[in-house]
Unconditional design. Structure first.
Length: 229
């Protein structure tokens, strides 16, 4: 079995070593980068399965690194940072981060989140392919096609879309969607779901301001539209 590569981007050598040692003990191959420029170079060279990314890097910060990675890749990104403000969380998730851990954190929690993201990004062979009008959603390949053209989605974006699309017409509250996408030990709140819905709409919908698929039910939550008869 191929050992999965994890890129740890952290400018504090002590924290970087701590993260790397714990992930290596869990069976992953870890590589480190101390700043944004080196992180992007190592990302291109290594093609890691996951990135653990500090937000507060000198020079090019973690938000900009996330933005650049998301131009070409849907690799899972776990942000690790001392910044705990709501705005930083939402901006990181809006740019495409998949999960968020605030310092100080336990290494057991970080390792569990890495495992969860990698498990979810690997696909689920038992779930069925969804054919919904112009959309084809394949959980084994974790892929979305619209009119035969691929639409790239991150791990969280795919999880949210598949969950709703496999239950068309049913309305789910923000709390229920957070539980499904992030799990019970999440560090996000209901505004994070709004941000995630907006991201998926921008990729999925022809007109995100008037969505055909991901619909808002005011005061209740969100649903995937039922297919036309």
């Amino acid at each position: 079995m191929t050992t999965l590569k994890v890129l740890v981007v952290e400018d504090d050598a002590r924290i970087a070593d701590l993260i790397a040692k714990n992930l290596e003990a869990a069976g992953y191959e870890c590589h480190q980068a101390v700043d944004g420029g080196r992180a992007l170079a190592e990302f291109a060279r290594l093609k890691p399965a996951l990135v653990v990314l500090d937000l507060g890097l000198a020079g090019m910060d973690g938000l900009e690194v996330t933005r650049r990675i998301r131009k070409d890749s849907d690799v899972p990104i776990l942000m690790v940072t001392a910044r705990s403000s709501e705005g930083d969380k939402l901006l990181g998730l809006e740019l495409g981060a998949d999960d968020y851990v605030t310092k100080p954190f336990s290494t057991a929690e970080l390792t569990a989140r890495v495992r969860a993201l990698l498990r979810r990004s690997s696909g689920t062979l038992t779930d069925r392919v969804l054919e919904l009008g112009a959309l084809r959603i394949d959980p084994a390949r974790r892929s979305l096609e619209r009119e035969g053209e691929p639409v790239p989605l991150t791990t969280l974006e795919f999880d949210l879309l598949y969950f709703l699309a496999s239950r068309p017409g049913r309305v789910f509250s923000r709390e229920a969607l957070m539980e499904q996408v992030w799990g019970s030990d999440r560090v996000v709140d209901d505004r994070s779901i709004d941000s995630l819905i907006s991201r998926v709409r921008r990729k999925l919908e022809r007109d995100p301001s008037n969505p055909s698929y991901l619909q808002t039910v005011w005061g209740a939550g969100y649903r995937f539209a039922e297919p036309s008869p």
